[in-house]
Write a protein that binds this ligand. Sequence first.
Ligand SMILES: [Zn+2]
Ligand SMILES: [Zn+2]
Length: 124
Amino acid sequence: MLCPKCNGKMPTIMYGSIYVERCVECRGLWFDLLELEHMAAIEGSEAIDIGSEELGKRFRDVDDIDCPHCSSPMLKMVDSRQPHIWYEGCPSCFGVFFDAGEFRDYKEKTVLDFFRDLFAKERM
Ligand SMILES: [Zn+2]
Ligand SMILES: [Zn+2]
């Protein structure tokens, strides 16, 4: 698979029992349907996101891309809980592309939200 942002190679990497593709150039990450949620649930999985935030920012504006799996034009998405995270999602096969640093960010805030929800419940 070739990276939809920079045409770099995207070899498959494995963490836990989940396979994702990671670009050797821009360090972007590709998740197939539900892989994002599964990967985010694994402790320590932020280690797969090895690119710097600076690198991610450079490719963040490259957002008119086609899905590397099925060639559909991808949609520009935002995470409703974390509107600063912009990513691209495929409307046909539901894969998603995260720039370098975004998965770490996504995961960190998701865990924080989890604890905040927990405390919110306890105080009620
Ligand atoms: Zn790339
Ligand atoms: Zn697709």
